[in-house]
Design a protein around this ligand. Structure first.
Ligand code: ME8
Length: 515
């Protein structure tokens, strides 16, 4: 039986600067969504990459006195290592300067042209280099400094050029029907509402080529023009699925779920489906936009000079600590803020204290009192049953949350089990049972270890390294860690040998206190 396919993407990053924490956040969240589906038995294709063309890249390269390609090569590699550093389990890392991508862009262009949606005309308007987009005069404002800016604040300049247009105006009704008939197409609902009202306010045809620079994909048949960077960028998602070859195996992954930041919803939820409709290609399953992260301006740590650098953040707090913090603390889809204190408090409380201590205390007791093997499991009481059942039930809750990108809800349900397991452990007092009822002590320790096994299996998408360590401590085989192995049928076997216990979650200690 072939497994259900699941294709998920991050935005492809502009490598004209260094990766910052916002980029890392997108990758971490998309990675958790990808890992979850893999563990849930799906055949997953997880894509990330870099968006290397456009005027911004050319200008940055000019400032540095290098070619745009050299800049792209250098910085794309940095983004690739950022994706790796944050634990990205992506199957591919696409670069828009790849030959296969040029072919895909030219193919989608030709299909849109063949459908009568592309025409040549002149364009003039207020152009923002930073946004790589034209703005209506009425969308711009002139500040006290005499500089005219678009709504997001970047300066605009008057520009006039010959350009190809895409007949976006022709897609207004089809787009509105799409949002109406597929309410899950754009999420969360605030973003969906914004998109609908933007489309209802009227769509103008879109300028989709540039002649003022040549760092881009040439327009087929008119090499004076390069494609507008967003036509090029959005197409990456289908390049990776093998387009224009739609008969290959990779194409079976399409359509994708796109995870993006809220700044680029318009491109993904309006332009992209219009291009695809025009080219006769199936539309994405869903476009989900997360919020923005803000540093509250607190000093992060003495050892960290630049807190927006994801590499430095991981260095200070640990990878799973950073992942856990962002995934648990920020409701996915809303804006969030981070600070040194918030990261330390959250990860010390949930990871070091709740989960880490529970594992350490129960596994040490097992090592000491049960000869280092999985304890004997006597008859289960209601309390034993209840905690194990809650752990199993958390999968259904997490699954329902994860299909709609409710990453924080999934983690909340899993960590509610951890909190309950701590109450169970404290309430059962296995240390007291040691003298009065050693058989019952074994059952309590068994139940605690089995609960930790279930929690660790469920934690893998979010804190993969630490979850693997916990499963190692419980001697769970590598091929018995997916969600199909969560329940009673795959529970720990009494008498199975366990490795010596070791702490999994170091507690963060302020550098000043370390001395
Ligand atoms: O927009 N908080 O690339 P990009 C949270 N190349 N997320 C943030 C963030 C912040 N402060 N800042 C950035 C592009 N991001 C295009 C995309 S896709 C076909 C082309 C995240 O490098 C957010 O997800 O400027 C944003 O969408 C993404 O980084 C890419 O930003």
């Amino acid at each position: 039986m072939s497994r259900e396919k699941f294709f998920i993407t991050t935005p492809i990053f502009y490598p004209n600067g260094k990766p910052h924490i916002g980029h890392a956040y997108t990758v971490i969240a998309t990675d958790a969504l990808a890992r979850f589906q893999r563990l849930d038995g799906k055949d997953v294709f997880f894509l990330s990459g870099t968006d290397e063309h456009g005027l911004k890249m050319q200008q940055t390269a000019d400032q540095e006195g290098i070619t745009a390609k050299a800049l792209a090569d250098r910085n794309s590699a940095v983004f690739r290592s950022m994706v790796e550093a944050v634990g990205g389990s992506n199957d591919e890392f696409i670069r828009t300067t790849e030959e296969r991508h040029y072919k895909a862009c030219q193919a989608i262009w030709e299909r849109m042209a063949a459908n009568g949606d592309i025409y040549l005309d002149r364009y003039s308007g207020w152009y923002s280099v930073r946004q790589e987009a034209y703005f209506d005069e009425k969308e711009t404002t002139v500040g006290d400094d005499g500089v005219r800016r678009e709504p997001l604040g970047s300066p605009v300049e008057w520009n006039e050029e010959e350009t190809y247009f895409f007949r976006l105006s022709a897609y207004q009704d089809r787009l509105l029907a799409l949002y109406e008939n597929n309410p899950e197409f754009v999420g969360p609902s605030e973003r969906r509402n914004e998109v609908i009202s933007f489309v209802k306010s009227g769509l103008k045809d879109l300028s989709i080529s540039r002649t003022t620079f040549n760092w881009g994909v040439p327009v087929p048949g008119n090499e004076k023009h390069v494609m507008y960077v967003w036509v090029d960028a959005l197409t990456n998602y289908i390049t990776a699925a093998g387009f224009p070859d739609t008969s290959g195996e990779k194409w079976d992954f399409w359509p994708a779920t796109h995870i993006i930041g809220k700044d680029i919803v318009r491109f993904h939820a309006i332009y992209w489906p219009s291009f695809l409709m025009s080219a006769g290609i199936e539309l994405p399953k869903r476009v989900f936009a997360h919020g923005f992260l803000f540093n509250r301006g607190e000093k992060m740590s003495k050892s960290v000079g630049n807190v927006v650098d994801p590499f430095a953040l991981i260095e200070s707090y640990g990878l799973d600590q950073v992942r856990y913090f962002f995934l648990r603390e920020v409701p996915f889809g809303q804006d969030g803020s981070y600070s040194h204190d918030a990261i330390v408090n959250r990860t010390n409380a949930d990871l070091a204290n709740d989960l880490g201590n529970l594992a350490q205390r129960s596994l040490s007791m097992i090592a000491k009192n049960c000869n280092g093997v999985v304890p004997q499991r006597g008859p289960h009481t209601d309390a034993d049953r209840a905690i194990l059942d809650q752990a199993t039930a958390a999968l259904a809750t997490a699954r329902n949350a994860m299909v709609e990108q409710g990453v924080h809800h999934a983690l909340a349900a899993i960590f509610a089990v951890v909190a309950e397991a701590n109450r169970y452990f404290a309430g059962q007092e296995p240390w007291a049972l040691k003298k009065t009822d050693p058989a019952r002590m074994e059952t309590v320790l068994y139940t605690t270890a089995e609960t930790i096994r279930r929690v660790a299996i469920l934690c893998q998408p979010y804190i993969p390294g630490s979850a693997a360590k916990l499963l190692d401590l419980l001697a769970v085989a590598a091929d018995e860690r997916d969600f199909a192995h969560l329940g009673d049928a795959h529970a720990l076997k009494s008498g199975a040998p366990l490795p010596p216990p070791a702490p999994v979650f170091p507690r963060y200690i302020e550098p000043a206190e370390q001395a």
